[in-house]
Design a protein. Structure first.
Length: 130
C-alpha cells in the first residue's frame, strides 16, 4: 500500500502547490477552497494508507525483490451480470431530477431505487438472475 500512499500524497502536494499559486495570483476564494479540498482529498487517504502500510506485513507489490509468482493467488469467480445496479442508478438520477423538477418524479425514483435494492438482495441470496 505504500505505492498508493505515495501517489495520493504526491497528488495532495501537487494540488497544495497549485492552491498556493492560485491564491497568490488571483485572491479568489471559491477556486482556492476547491483546490484546498482537492488537496485534502489527496492527503487524507494518502496519509491513512501510509499509516496502515506501516502496520501490515508487506505485500508482494511493495517488495522490490518479489517475483511474479509471489503475487499469484486463488482466482475466485466473478459475479454474474445484473440489471439492478443500472436500475438503481436510474432511480438515483430520477430522485436528483425530482429535487429540481418536482416531488412526484422523486417518488418514482425512490420506487425504482427500492425495487433495485430488493432485486439485488434477492439475486445475491439466490446466487443467480431473478
Amino acid at each position: 500500500m505504500k505505492v498508493e500512499a505515495y501517489l495520493l500524497l504526491a497528488i495532495g502536494a501537487f494540488f497544495g502547490v497549485v492552491c498556493a499559486i492560485y491564491w497568490f495570483l488571483s485572491y479568489e476564494t471559491s477556486g482556492t477552497l476547491m483546490l484546498l479540498g482537492t488537496m485534502l482529498l489527496g492527503f487524507f487517504p494518502g496519509s491513512y494508507y501510509l499509516w496502515w502500510s506501516r502496520r501490515m506485513k508487506p505485500r508482494p507489490e511493495d517488495d522490490p525483490k518479489a517475483e511474479r509468482a509471489d503475487g499469484a493467488g486463488v482466482v475466485a469467480t466473478f459475479p454474474s451480470s445484473s440489471i439492478w445496479p443500472f436500475v438503481f442508478g436510474v432511480g438515483a438520477a430520477t430522485v436528483a431530477l425530482g429535487l429540481v423538477f418536482g416531488v412526484w418524479s422523486a417518488c418514482v425514483g425512490f420506487v425504482l431505487g427500492g425495487a433495485a435494492v430488493i432485486g439485488f438482495i434477492r439475486e445475491s441470496r439466490r446466487g443467480g438472475l431473478v
